[in-house]
Design a protein around this ligand. Structure first.
Ligand code: SF4
Ligand code: SF4
Length: 360
């Protein structure tokens, strides 16, 4: 297993981290084995929160950690709101440690965070609770996670309060790339979640596999290699729920000797070109909506894009099959109402026909 610096914390984190929110809910024994084998394979970061898996995430993680949590980087997480008090947040930290059966959490993350909650954090008591717990040696570091605008997350990491943050980053979602770069300059650790885009990149996509020098064996491997070739990423945090998935990810990361920073820059350029092709087709602005007949025009075009531009045909067909019949491209009756509203002047009706032919 490769280990990489986690910002300026002095910690070394395994390149592959485990997001425990996907542990198998109905199989505590398998959950314990997945955690246990991950530790045996060298994974040393486990991201947990109390609310995931219908409140069972930390209960399912705890047995695998039993007696071995020292030396591991385990994180807890809780959100804040206007009602959050110092006492209430401290109780939450204590409760999560109790469920996990640990006497120390290397990280506690402010969950579902955004810049409009900054005052709540600093003046509502949660930050005092975190600092107090850190002072007592119960937690090591403070992080956050959320889905705010990249420029807002850049402002948050520039406050100096946070040692790390967790954001989505993958081949198809690079919106936080500038924030990640800034984090690298500041020495803030970056945990990349959704490295395989919630499973989308587990589907075959030859165009994406070919991005990796020499070609990646699978799209999932390409996805992990892309994330880890960004030098400012500390680790790729993947939700794994089977021993096979764990073994495949461990193998990919262990075999990882590149791509280099130059390769990463080249992949970024190609992905920008891919995106430009997709944007020429449909920018998902939704000005054409609502279709009076129920067609979800941008969703159809987004699936078509992913299939044509990135080669995710199997995934797009399966998503198309799961759409309501009346929302599918094939249900368009060519009334013509949408086309004048499209700023890109797309021939929507003809293109919906193409979508139906490819995905239907
Ligand atoms: S042409 Fe098709 S997609 Fe456009 S508004 Fe009419 S039914 Fe809806
Ligand atoms: S208006 Fe045009 S570009 Fe915008 S979502 Fe509709 S089809 Fe796409």
């Amino acid at each position: 297993m490769q280990y990489r610096p986690l910002g300026k914390t002095g910690l070394k984190v395994s390149a592959l981290a485990m997001g425990c929110m996907r542990l198998p809910a109905d199989d505590p024994e398998l959950s314990a084995r997945v955690v246990d084998e991950a530790i045996a394979a060298g994974v040393n970061y486990f991201e947990t929160t109390r609310g995931y898996i219908s409140g069972k995430c930390q209960h399912l993680t705890a047995p695998g950690l039993k007696g071995r949590s020292r030396g591991l980087i385990v994180s807890g997480k809780a959100g804040i709101n206007k009602e959050t008090t110092e006492e209430g947040y401290r109780k939450e930290i204590d409760l999560q440690m109790e469920i996990l059966g640990v006497d120390y959490l290397e990280f506690f993350q402010v969950g579902w965070f955004s810049i409009d909650k900054f005052e709540m954090l600093t003046h509502g008591g949660a930050l005092d609770a975190l600092n107090q717990a850190r002072g007592e040696g119960l937690i090591g570091h403070i992080g956050f996670t959320g889905h705010d605008k990249p420029e807002n997350f850049t402002k948050l990491i520039e406050t100096g309060i946070f040692d790390s943050f967790t954001i989505p980053y993958n081949l198809l979602d690079r919106q936080y790339a500038p924030t990640i770069k800034r984090a690298g300059e500041l020495g803030v650790g970056v945990i990349a979640m959704c490295p395989v885009a919630g499973g989308m990149l587990a589907s075959p996509a030859p165009q994406l596999q070919q991005l990796i020098p020499g070609g990646a064996q699978t799209t999932a491997a390409a996805a992990l290699q892309f994330v880890l070739s960004n030098p400012d990423i500390s680790c790729a945090c993947s939700g794994m729920n089977t021993l096979e998935m764990l073994a495949e990810n461990v193998e990919t990361v262990n075999a990882f000797a590149g791509p280099s920073e130059e390769d990463h820059a080249r992949m970024e350029r190609i992905l920008d070109e891919f995106r430009a092709i997709g944007d020429k087709f449909c920018t998902a602005c939704r000005y054409c909506m609502d279709c009076p007949h129920g067609i979800n025009i941008p969703r159809n075009f987004s699936l078509h894009n992913r299939a044509r531009v990135y080669g995710l045909i199997d995934w797009a067909r399966s998503e198309y099959a799961g759409m309501k019949d009346e929302a599918k491209a094939g249900a368009c009756i060519r009334c013509g109402e949408c086309e004048p509203k499209c700023p890109n002047k797309l021939p929507i009706m003809d293109q919906l026909e193409e979508v139906a032919a490819l995905l239907g």
